[in-house]
Unconditional design. Structure first.
Length: 225
């Protein structure tokens, strides 16, 4: 697998974005018709594929458990059954309950009021909610709340490591800051770039096999060799 050696000249992330967007077009990510649906998806997608999340969302919608109030009121075992297709259903049901309770106690159930909170303050509060880690918090902030944060997932770390931008053990905040520093406050670019990286990770930059010759970013690896 080709890889840029640390210390070699690297193209700016803007070139990566332009190459991916030119080759792949807009990704329309994150799927969801409402802010709360996006939040549900952000919590349910932990450690699973989006196809499994879609099944869980269909269950929740069919059962009428598609609002914060409904999530908080439904019996925990019923909620577990509904989100079971997404895996880790006990933990995810608990996380959904925890978020719904947090929204009610902190913001009187209002997503509008919650997202009016300054980014740094809200991010800290979200990270204190049971079951919500940095990636989930940032997905909620960016896609549901239009806050200028970048979502770092396994695909991002894998791509950045293979291209020599980071070490294999780079911390989440280190990677997040690389994007936010280069595109400060650019919510729409953050969304699109994350969606493009997800497509790269699913199709070419896979965990076991990297098909660099087919990837729109393959030439950057070759140039850095």
């Amino acid at each position: 697998m080709p890889r840029v050696a640390k210390g070699d000249a690297q193209p700016p992330l803007g070139e990566y974005f332009n190459s991916l967007f030119t080759a792949l077009g807009p990704q329309h990510w994150w799927p969801g018709k409402t802010k709360f649906e996006v939040i549900l998806g952000a919590i349910l997608t932990q450690n699973t594929s989006w196809k499994n999340v879609e099944l869980a969302l269909l269950n929740l919608r069919a059962a009428g458990v598609f609002t914060p109030t409904a999530v908080e009121k439904v019996h925990i075992r019923s909620l577990q059954s509904l989100v079971r297709p997404s895996g880790y259903y006990r933990q995810k049901a608990r996380a959904l309950k925890a978020f719904a309770q947090f929204l009610r106690t902190e913001y009187r159930g209002s997503l509008k009021r919650m997202f009016a909170t300054p980014t740094i303050e809200l991010r800290e509060k979200l990270l204190r909610v049971w079951g919500i880690g940095p990636e989930t918090a940032d997905a909620i902030l960016l896609y549901a709340g239009q806050h200028p944060v970048f979502v770092v997932d396994a695909y991002t770390k894998r791509m950045m490591a293979r291209h020599g931008w980071i070490g294999d053990k780079a911390k989440y905040e280190e990677v997040r800051w690389m994007f936010e520093r280069q595109f400060p406050g650019d919510v729409e670019r953050f969304k699109e770039f994350h969606g493009l990286i997800v497509t790269v990770g699913k199709n070419w930059c896979r965990k076991q096999v990297a098909e660099c010759e087919k990837c729109p970013l393959g030439r950057y690896l070759e140039e850095g060799r």
